[in-house]
Design a protein around this ligand. Structure first.
Ligand SMILES: Cc1cc2nc3c(=O)[nH]c(=O)nc-3n(C[C@H](O)[C@H](O)[C@H](O)COP(=O)(O)OP(=O)(O)OC[C@H]3O[C@@H](n4cnc5c(N)ncnc54)[C@H](O)[C@@H]3O)c2cc1C
Length: 537
C-alpha cells in the first residue's frame, strides 16, 4: 500500500546542499531527507579537491570575486558572486564546527596564521582551497551525515526516488504553491505521497547526460526536470563543464584526477613526452578547465590518440603520496605508480553550470519550492565554473534557504487532501530493453553532438533525436509502472532537450559553450533563460 507522509520540510537530495540545509534548520521542524539510492550516492562524496573560500590573510574578497568573474567569461551575476564569496568564511567556520577533518597546515607555505592547509587550483590567483587531503567530499559528507543522524527531527530516507512535484496548479487549485512530491519507495515498489510545507530540490547535476562523465550514476538532472515540469524557469543549461583529467583506463569507471595535481605542479604531456599547454594559454596547466579540456580534445583529435598524460613524477614521492593518497592508491590499483610514471587522462562531463533559476535565498519560481546546490542556477558560475566554487555554493545557499524558510514558517500550513498516485492505468513493463537502449543512445548523441565543440548542424541532429526519444519515453511512462531507471531516463531526456535548446539560442562562443559556427564573443553577455509553457497561468 502506498503511504501518505507529512513533513515541515522535504529535502530531495542527501549531498552537501541537502544535508547542510537539514542541519541548519531548527530542531523543532520535522524534516525528511531523501536519496534515490544510498545516502552517499551523490557527487559530494566523490569531490576530491576542496572548497574555495577567502581564509588566508593575504587573500581578499575582491580577489576571489574577480577570479570567479574572469572564469565565468562575463556571464556571472556579480551580486551572486559577491554574496557567495562574502559568506565563504562563515560557511567554512560552520563546517569546522561540525567537525570536518580538514587537512592542517604543515608549515610548507605562507598561510597567514590560518591553521589549515590551503591549496591552489586553476583560475584562482591565491591559495584558497581548504581540503581534507584529496578526499574532501567524503570527509564533508561523512561528518554532515553523522551530525544529521544525531538529530531526532531529521528522517533520512534511502532508496526513495522523487518522481514529480505536487503543485496547486497541477491539482487545478488556486495559487502557485508546491505542496509536496510523489516519491517511489524502492523497497515497497509503491509511489508514496509526501506532503510538505516547503520542498527543496538538492538533487545535484545532470552530467550523466553524456557518455563519459566523472559523476556518479544518479547525476540525471532529476531536480531540473521536475522543476521545469512544475513551471519553473531554467537558466544557462548550455554550459556543461568537462573536467580535463579523468583516468583513462578500461576498468576505471569515472575516476577523476583532481585539478589540485596541476595546482601542485603536474604537467600535461603528449605520448612522446612533449608538453602542449604552453602552446594554448600563458597560464599553461593552470588555465581554466574549459581551456585545458579543449586543448586536450584538440590534441587528441589532431593526433588521433586515445588519451594524453598527466605527470607529477618529478615531485618527491613522499610529497605526492601525502597530498594525493586517494589518487595514488586508485591509480596503483590499475598498475600506475604516479610517483614514477605519468597518468593517462581524457576529458569527461563534470559539472552542470546552469539549472533551476533561483534568487539569493534559493527560491524558485514556484512558491515554497527551493533549489540549492548543483541543481540550481544562482548566477555564480556564469559561462564557466571556477574550481571548488561549487561546494561553496552548496553551503552558502543551503544556509540562506534555511534562513528564508524559518522567516516564512508562520505563513505556511501543512497541505491537506493531496490525491494518491494513480497507478490504476499502468502495468508492469515487459520491455526494459527499451529503457537501456534509449539511455545509451541519448548519452552517445549528446557526447557526439552537444559536447566540447559544437556546430549548429550537430545541435539540430541532437534536437531531432531527443524529440523522438521524448515521445517514446512519454508513451512508456503512460503505460508502465515507474522504476528508478524510467524516472531517470525521462528526466535525462528532458534536461538534454533543454540543454540543446539553450545551446541553439546562444549565437556566440563563450566560456564552456564553443561552437564552430559562431566562434566569436558577442559584445553583450546575456543569460539563456527558458520558460516552460505552463509558467504563467
Ligand atoms: C568526481 C568529482 C569531484 C568534484 N570535486 C569538487 C571539488 O573538489 N570541489 C568542488 O567545489 N566541487 C567538486 N565537484 C562538484 C561538487 O562535488 C558537486 O557540485 C556537489 O557535490 C553537488 O552537491 P549537491 O548536494 O548539489 O548534489 P549531490 O551531492 O550530487 O547529491 C545529490 C543527491 O540528490 C539525490 N537525488 C537525485 N535525484 C533524486 C530523486 N529523483 N529523488 C530522490 N533523491 C534524488 C541523490 O540521491 C543525492 O543524494 C566534484 C564533482 C565530482 C563528480
Amino acid at each position: 500500500m502506498s503511504q501518505h507522509l507529512q513533513h515541515d520540510v522535504l529535502v530531495i537530495g542527501s549531498g552537501a546542499a541537502g544535508l547542510t540545509l537539514a542541519l541548519t534548520l531548527p530542531d523543532n521542524l520535522r524534516i525528511a531527507v531523501l536519496s534515490k539510492g544510498e545516502l552517499a550516492n551523490g557527487s559530494t562524496y566523490w569531490a576530491q579537491g576542496g572548497v574555495a573560500a577567502v581564509l588566508d590573510h593575504s587573500d581578499t574578497i575582491d580577489s576571489h570575486v574577480d577570479d570567479t568573474l574572469n572564469a565565468g567569461a562575463g556571464l556571472c551575476r556579480e551580486d551572486a558572486v559577491r554574496f557567495t564569496v562574502e559568506h565563504s568564511r562563515e560557511a567554512i567556520q560552520w563546517l569546522i564546527e561540525q567537525g570536518v577533518p580538514f587537512t592542517r597546515d604543515d608549515g610548507d607555505h605562507e598561510d597567514g596564521g590560518f591553521d589549515f592547509h590551503l591549496t591552489r587550483e586553476g583560475g584562482h590567483s591565491h591559495r584558497r582551497i581548504i581540503h581534507a587531503a584529496d578526499a574532501t567530499g567524503a570527509a564533508i559528507f561523512n561528518t554532515l551525515l553523522e551530525r544529521t543522524r544525531q538529530r531526532s527531527n531529521v528522517e533520512l530516507l534511502e532508496q526513495r526516488a522523487a518522481v514529480d512535484l505536487i503543485t496547486e496548479r497541477k491539482l487545478g487549485r488556486e495559487g502557485r504553491r508546491c505542496l509536496g512530491a510523489y516519491v517511489l519507495n524502492r523497497m515497497t515498489g509503491e509511489v508514496d505521497t509526501h506532503h510538505a510545507r516547503f520542498v527543496i530540490l538538492a538533487t545535484g547535476g545532470a552530467a550523466k547526460v553524456y557518455l563519459y562523465t566523472s559523476n556518479p550514476d544518479g547525476a540525471c538532472g532529476d531536480g531540473i526536470a521536475m522543476a521545469w515540469r512544475a513551471g519553473c524557469r531554467v537558466g544557462n543549461l548550455e554550459f556543461n563543464q568537462f573536467h580535463p583529467t579523468c583516468l583513462y583506463h578500461p576498468q576505471a569507471k569515472s575516476f577523476l584526477i583532481t585539478e589540485a595535481l596541476r595546482g601542485e605542479g603536474a604537467l600535461l604531456r603528449l605520448p612522446n613526452g612533449e608538453r602542449f599547454m604552453p602552446r594554448f594559454d600563458p597560464r599553461e596547466e593552470l588555465a581554466p578547465r574549459d581551456i585545458v579540456a579543449r586543448a586536450i580534445d584538440h590534441e587528441m583529435k589532431r593526433l588521433g590518440i586515445d588519451c594524453v598524460y598527466l605527470d607529477i613524477s618529478h615531485k618527491p614521492a613522499e610529497f605526492v603520496k601525502n597530498h594525493f593518497p586517494t589518487v595514488y592508491q586508485r591509480c596503483l590499483e590499475f598498475g600506475i605508480d604516479i610517483t614514477q610514471q605519468p597518468i593517462p587522462v581524457v576529458p569527461a562531463a563534470h559539472y552542470t553550470c546552469g539549472g533551476v533559476v533561483v534568487d539569493q535565498a534559493g527560491r524558485s519560481d514556484v512558491e515554497g519550492l527551493y533549489a540549492i546546490g548543483e541543481t540550481s542556477f544562482t548566477g555564480l558560475h556564469g559561462a564557466n565554473r571556477m574550481a571548488s566554487n561549487s561546494l561553496l555554493e552548496c553551503f552558502v545557499y543551503a544556509r540562506s534557504a534555511a534562513a528564508d524558510i524559518v522567516a516564512n514558517l508562520h505563513r505556511v500550513t501543512m497541505p491537506t487532501d493531496l490525491p494518491s498516485w494513480d497507478a490504476s492505468q499502468v502495468t508492469d513493463s515487459d520491455e526494459d530493453v527499451i529503457i537501456a537502449h534509449n539511455w545509451d543512445e541519448l548519452r552517445r548523441f549528446m557526447w557526439d553532438y552537444v559536447g566540447i565543440v559544437r556546430t549548429t548542424k550537430r545541435l539540430q541532429r541532437a534536437q531531432h533525436r531527443v524529440r523522438l526519444l521524448l515521445d517514446e519515453i512519454d508513451e512508456f511512462y503512460s503505460n508502465y509502472k515507474v522504476s528508478r531507471d524510467l524516472i531517470e531516463l525521462r528526466n535525462l531526456a528532458q534536461v538534454a532537450e533543454l540543454m540543446i535548446l539553450s545551446a541553439m539560442e546562444r549565437k556566440e562562443s563563450r566560456g564552456l559553450h564553443y561552437t564552430l559556427d559562431y566562434p566569436d564573443l558577442l559584445p553583450e553577455a546575456l543569460d539563456t533563460i527558458l520558460q516552460p509553457a505552463n509558467a504563467d497561468d
